[in-house]
Design a protein around this ligand. Structure first.
Ligand SMILES: C=C(O[C@@H]1C=C(C(=O)O)C=C[C@H]1O)C(=O)O
Length: 154
């Protein structure tokens, strides 16, 4: 589950790069609603609590936007080198995000029972550290992991 959370968040720089070229705003409210609706429907299908899954997905969206805002601000200010090219958001990046949704929802259905466990926070911190060692992230993505995981434990 955490690997999928990280994999999703690690796509945010590509989303930001595509928006750098297209001029599309970071927030796309209609797309966010479609993502949350898809997650809710998939949760019901997987036997998970849709409210829990939607809350976790709202965090994924917020975390992605943190990364995008941070990178776009750096590129605009010339603080870091802007990308030279970017994938197409609709045809190349969002399909990958959608594929992750189909995997992340069943993974959340499996881990949701542990949300109320008193050891959830400590286990989450340990597991997050382990996944981060396995997948080194840029500082912007690493900084948003806290947002992405903030609703996983009660
Ligand atoms: C990732 C995107 O940027 C934002 C974050 C979204 C997400 O995490 O699913 C959806 C829409 C945007 O508000 C996107 O536009 O696809």
């Amino acid at each position: 589950m955490l690997r999928l959370v990280i994999e999703r968040l690690d796509l945010a720089p590509e989303v930001a790069a595509s928006k750098y070229f297209s001029g599309q705003p970071v927030t796309d409210a209609a797309r966010e609603q479609a993502v949350l609706d898809a997650a809710s429907a998939a949760a019901t299908e997987a036997g998970a609590d849709p409210a829990y899954v939607v809350a976790v997905f709202a965090d994924q969206i917020a975390a992605s936007k943190e990364v995008q805002e941070s990178l776009l601000a750096q590129w605009a200010a010339g603080e870091s080198a802007a990308p030279a090219e970017a994938p197409d958001l609709a045809t190349e990046v969002r399909p990958v995000l959608d594929r992750i949704t189909t995997e992340l929802v069943p993974a959340l259905a499996a881990t949701a029972p542990f949300a109320a466990d008193p050891g959830c926070g400590a286990a989450l911190a340990d597991d997050t550290a382990e996944v981060l060692v396995a997948s080194p992230l840029t500082s912007e993505v690493a900084a948003a992991v806290a947002t992405a995981t903030s609703s996983l434990c009660d």
